[in-house]
Design a protein around this ligand. Structure first.
Ligand code: 5GP
Ligand code: ZN
Length: 116
């Protein structure tokens, strides 16, 4: 499946729902989170609909993993020189609410551990 018509992030990527894009190429997009949990909060995701991080296992295009992390790392660098946090919520117990794989990149405040 490359796109899911019921998926909110696929709709954003298709332009059916507005979003603030901070990165866009043929394989990866990044948008600002509509409900930010830090002064900077972006979501980095593959254009292709991959439901969860666990679905990356055995994925036939492993270079896409590198591309998603490369964009997330670049944005981490750009958002703050003082550090940041990258998070991938996975599945119900992982707190994932949108089933289109995405990396949260948060910056601009002191982070704490353990996460809730
Ligand atoms: P999850 O809970 O799946 O790890 O993260 C989903 C994230 O998507 C949440 O932080 C939520 O605020 C964000 N989100 C949900 N709907 C929208 C939307 O329509 N636009 C944007 N920009 N972010 C959204
Ligand atoms: Zn999707």
């Amino acid at each position: 499946m490359t796109s899911d018509s019921t998926c909110i992030f696929c709709k954003i990527i298709a332009g059916d729902i507005p979003a603030n894009f901070v990165h866009r190429d043929e394989d990866v997009v990044a948008i600002t989170d509509v409900n930010p949990q830090a002064p900077q909060h972006v979501l980095v995701m593959p254009v292709r609909h991959i439901p969860t991080f666990a679905d990356f296992v055995g994925f036939e295009k492993p270079e896409l993993i590198t591309k998603v992390f490369s964009v997330a790392g670049q944005l981490s660098r750009e958002l703050s020189a003082n550090g940041s946090r990258a998070v991938i919520n996975t599945g119900p117990e992982g707190g994932q609410t949108v089933d289109h794989l995405h990396v949260h990149v948060l910056a601009g405040r002191q982070m704490h551990w353990p996460p809730g």
